[in-house]
Design a protein around this ligand. Structure first.
Ligand code: PEP
Length: 248
């Protein structure tokens, strides 16, 4: 199996202020001191903080949480991938379930955003995952497979694409799938990636996201084909985020 460098990615969602950059600087300093082991650490703060976060991060990567598909134009309130790049971001999350649900983002919209990310020179973190109702009727793999087929950007490589499996019912709830369920979905995503991206799919990082905490990180990150975590709530404090990033 290819040796894949894990990624610990923090999604601050609509949280954080200039004062919160002290946490980000603490994370960056600890990462520099080796506390994240061999994992790459990334924080995705709200767009208002990206430029300042890049300064505070001292070389640790910073990402956006969304981007528009167009490079510029009459799209009030939106931010393009090129603007994120200009502010110093190197990653962008697209297709987070909160965007898919709150903003009605379809797979086609997510794919367009992911392709915009690649066009701008960013790495796209494409999120997929089933709802509780979909899991209960046995549709998990069908839903995740359709999201992958519909959302992945054309021409992606292992260095320009990360996939995050985030069961919607596990996000912010304290609930997590069993390790066997995580293994099943991540194995399925790996096989799909190998099919969809020949020569690259075996190296693309597949993150698990949904209520990752210091107490469950080691067991979740130990599952085959889990190449890191997308962390929401627990990424807001340096202590918790570093405890997760440090499991590698
Ligand atoms: C997320 O926002 O992507 C997420 C996984 O959140 P949490 O870790 O809080 O469940």
């Amino acid at each position: 199996m290819t040796d894949i460098r894990p990624l610990a990615a923090g999604n601050w969602k609509m949280n954080g202020s200039i004062a919160s950059l002290a946490e980000l600087a603490a994370i960056a300093n600890a990462v520099k001191a080796g506390e994240a082991g061999r994992a790459e650490a990334l924080i995705c703060p709200p767009a208002t903080l990206i430029a300042a976060a890049v300064q505070a991060a001292g070389g640790m990567p910073v990402g956006g949480q969304d981007c528009h598909a167009a490079a510029s134009g009459a799209h009030t309130g939106d931010i393009s991938a090129e603007m994120l790049k200009d502010a110093g971001a190197t990653y962008v999350i697209v297709g987070h379930s909160e965007r898919r649900a709150d903003h009605g983002e379809s797979d086609a919209v997510v794919r367009a955003k992911a392709e915009a990310a690649l066009r701008a020179g960013l790495t796209a973190i494409v999120c997929v995952g089933e709802t509780r109702a979909q899991r209960e009727v046995g549709q998990t793999l069908a839903v995740v497979g359709a999201q992958l087929a519909g959302s992945l950007p054309y021409g992606a490589t292992a260095s320009t694409l990360v996939v995050a499996y985030e069961p919607v019912w596990a996000i912010g709830t304290g609930l997590t799938p069993t390790l066997a369920d995580v293994a099943e979905v991540h194995g399925f995503i790996r096989r799909e990636l190998i099919d969809l991206l020949p020569g690259e799919g075996d190296k693309v990082r597949i993150l698990y996201g949904g209520s990752v905490k210091p107490s469950n990180a080691a067991e979740l990150m130990g599952v085959e084909n889990v190449n890191g975590a997308l962390v929401g709530g627990a990424s807001l404090t340096a202590k918790d985020f570093l405890a997760i990033a440090g499991v590698y």
